[in-house]
Design a protein around this ligand. Structure first.
Ligand code: NDP
Ligand code: 2IT
Length: 450
C-alpha cells in the first residue's frame, strides 16, 4: 500500500463522521501522488501523518441570553491547524451546520491556500453552530462577546488572527474586537476584516470576490479568452458573491444569477449590484425582495428545486462562480454546466464542488480555478491588513488593489507552473495543491519534530 493510501485509510477509519474533512484531504492527497513518486523525504519525515492532525483544537462552550431572557448554549471552535510558515490565520464561521468536521475541512484547506499567497500565514479556522438568522443586533453582540470570552486566550497578532467567513462580517468582527480589547486592554491587529476607522484595510471587503475574478481572468488569458461580454452564473449573495458580481460587471461581463439558502434570482438584464447590496448588506433580507423590486428578475424558491440537482447550474453560461458554500455543485450539476457550454468554473466558496464534479471539470479541460487558489484574495488582503497594522500605516485603495491583483497573478503562475512541472498543464487542482503543500512541508522538516 502506498504511503498516501495508508494515511488516508487511517483517517477514514478514525473520522468516518467527518465526511467534509475526508473529502478535503482526499482531494489534496490525490494531487500529491506525482510529487511523492519523485520525492521520498516527505514520507521519511511522516509529513502526511503530521499535517492532517491540527496542532491544537480548542472546543469551548458559549453561553449567552437571548432577548427573552432564555439561556442559550452553543458550541465554539478554534482549530489551530498548522503554524509552519506563520501565525495561524483563517476565518470564523457562524452557521447552524457547523461541526468540528466542518472547521477541520476549512482549516486544512486554509493551510495550503495561505501558503499559495506567498505571505507568512499558517492555517486555522473557527466558528460556532450559532444561527445568526432572525437574531437582533443586541443578540448578535451578546453572542460575539460570549464567544470572545473564551477565544481571547488563544489568539494574538503574532499567534492566531481570526477573520470573517459565513455569518461573520464587519459587524461581528466589530463586536468580537471590542470584547477582545475589553478583556485584554490591548489594541492589537488580532482580527482582520476590521472597519476602516479602526485598523481595517481598504479592499478587504471586496477582496475575495475581486480576487476570484482576477484569477478567472488569468486562466482565460492563457487561452486567449476574456470575460468581456460573457454570461456568468454566480451563486451565493453574501460577501464573496456580491463583489464577484461587481467586478464581473466592471470588466464588461454579465452576471445573471445570485442565490441564498432559500432560492435564487435569475435576471437576464444582469444583476443590479446596488439593489443587491441594499437588500443583503443593509436590510439583511431574503432575495425574494430582489424579484419584487426588479421586474426583469425571476425568483426560484429552493422548495421548487428538483431532486438531485440545483437548477441554477442548468442555465447556459460561459463561466460559473460558485460562491455560497461547500458541495453546492454535484456531478449532475457539473454535467449540466458542461453540456451547456460552460468554459470556466472558478471556486469563490470553499470546496463548492464535490470530488466527482472536480474530476469532470478537469477531464473536460475547461478552465477550473480550485478554491484554494481562486478565493485566496480574501485571506491575502487580510495579510495586507496585518502588515498595515504592524507598521501603523494604511495604504490607498489603488495600492491594496494592485497588490491583490499581483498576488492573484502569482497564485495563478505558481499553480500553472507546478501543474506543468508534473506534466498536467491544464490541472490547476494538482498545481495549487502541490505548490501550497511543498512550502509548508519543507518548513515542517526545517523546524524539526514540534
Ligand atoms: P456570507 O455569510 O456573506 O454569505 C454566504 C452566502 O451563501 C449567503 O448568500 C448564504 O445564504 C449562502 N449560503 C450559506 N450557507 C448556505 C447553505 N448551506 N445553502 C445554501 N446557501 C448557503 O459568506 P461569504 O460570502 O463570506 O462566504 C461564502 C463562501 O466563500 C464560503 O464558502 C466561505 O467559506 C468562502 N470564503 C469566504 C471568504 C471571505 O473573505 N468572506 C474568503 C474565502 C472563501 P443565506 O444568507 O440565506 O444564509
Ligand atoms: O476562507 C477564507 O479564506 C476566509 N474566510 C478568509 C480568512 C481570512 O483570514 O481573511
Amino acid at each position: 500500500m502506498s504511503y498516501i493510501h495508508e494515511v488516508l485509510n487511517r483517517l477514514q477509519g478514525k473520522f468516518p463522521h467527518q465526511p467534509e474533512f475526508l473529502q478535503a484531504v482526499t482531494e489534496v492527497f490525490e494531487s500529491l501522488r506525482p510529487l511523492f513518486k519523485q520525492e521520498k523525504k516527505y514520507e521519511k519525515y511522516k509529513i502526511l501523518h503530521r499535517i492532517v492532525i491540527p496542532e491544537r483544537h480548542v472546543n469551548f462552550r458559549v453561553t449567552w441570553t437571548d432577548n427573552k431572557g432564555n439561556i442559550q448554549v452553543n458550541q465554539g471552535y478554534r482549530i489551530e491547524f498548522n503554524s509552519a510558515i506563520g501565525p495561524y490565520k483563517g476565518g470564523l464561521r457562524f452557521h447552524p451546520t457547523v461541526s468540528e468536521g466542518t472547521i477541520k475541512f476549512l482549516g486544512f484547506e486554509q493551510i495550503f491556500k495561505n501558503s499559495l499567497t506567498g505571505l507568512a500565514m499558517g492555517g486555522g479556522k473557527g466558528g460556532s453552530d450559532f444561527d445568526p438568522k432572525g437574531r437582533s443586533e443586541s443578540e448578535i453582540m451578546r453572542f460575539c462577546q460570549a464567544f470572545m470570552n473564551e477565544l481571547f486566550r488563544h489568539i494574538g497578532a503574532n499567534t492566531d488572527v481570526p477573520a470573517g467567513d459565513i455569518g461573520v462580517g464587519s459587524r461581528e468582527i466589530g463586536y468580537l474586537f471590542g470584547q477582545y480589547k475589553k478583556l485584554t486592554n490591548r489594541f492589537d491587529g488580532v482580527l482582520t476584516g476590521k472597519a476602516l476607522g479602526w485598523g481595517g484595510s481598504l479592499v478587504r471587503t471586496e477582496a475575495t470576490g475581486y480576487g476570484s475574478v482576477y484569477f478567472a481572468e488569468e486562466m482565460l488569458k492563457s487561452k486567449n479568452e476574456s470575460l468581456e461580454g460573457k454570461i456568468c452564473l454566480v451563486s451565493g449573495s453574501g460577501n464573496v458573491a456580491i463583489y464577484t458580481v461587481e467586478k464581473l460587471q466592471q470588466l464588461g461581463a454579465k452576471a445573471i444569477t445570485v442565490s441564498d439558502s432559500r432560492g435564487f434570482i435569475h435576471d437576464n438584464d444582469g444583476i443590479d449590484v446596488v439593489l443587491l447590496k441594499d437588500i443583503k448588506e443593509k436590510r439583511r433580507e431574503s432575495l425574494e425582495a430582489y424579484a419584487k423590486e426588479k421586474k426583469t428578475a425571476k425568483y426560484i424558491s429552493s422548495q421548487n428545486y428538483p431532486q438531485g440537482y440545483n437548477p441554477l447550474w442548468s442555465i447556459p453560461c460561459f463561466a460559473a462562480f460558485p460562491s455560497a458554500t461547500q458541495n453546492e455543485i454535484n456531478s449532475v450539476d457539473a454535467d449540466h454546466l458542461l453540456q451547456n457550454g460552460c468554459k470556466c468554473v472558478n471556486e469563490g466558496a470553499n470546496m463548492p464542488s464535490t470530488l466527482e464534479a472536480v474530476h469532470k471539470f478537469i477531464d473536460a479541460k475547461v478552465c477550473f480555478g480550485p478554491a484554494k487558489a481562486a478565493n485566496a484574495g480574501g485571506v491575502a488582503t487580510s495579510g495586507l491588513e496585518m502588515s498595515q497594522n504592524a507598521s501603523m500605516t494604511s495604504w490607498s485603495f489603488e495600492e491594496v488593489d494592485k497588490k491583490l491583483h499581483a498576488i492573484m497573478k502569482h497564485i495563478y503562475d505558481i499553480s500553472q507552473e507546478t501543474a506543468k512541472e508534473f506534466g498536467e498543464s491544464h490541472n490547476l487542482v494538482l498545481g495549487a495543491n502541490i505548490a501550497g503543500f511543498r512550502k509548508v512541508a519543507d518548513a515542517m522538516i526545517d523546524q524539526g519534530l514540534v
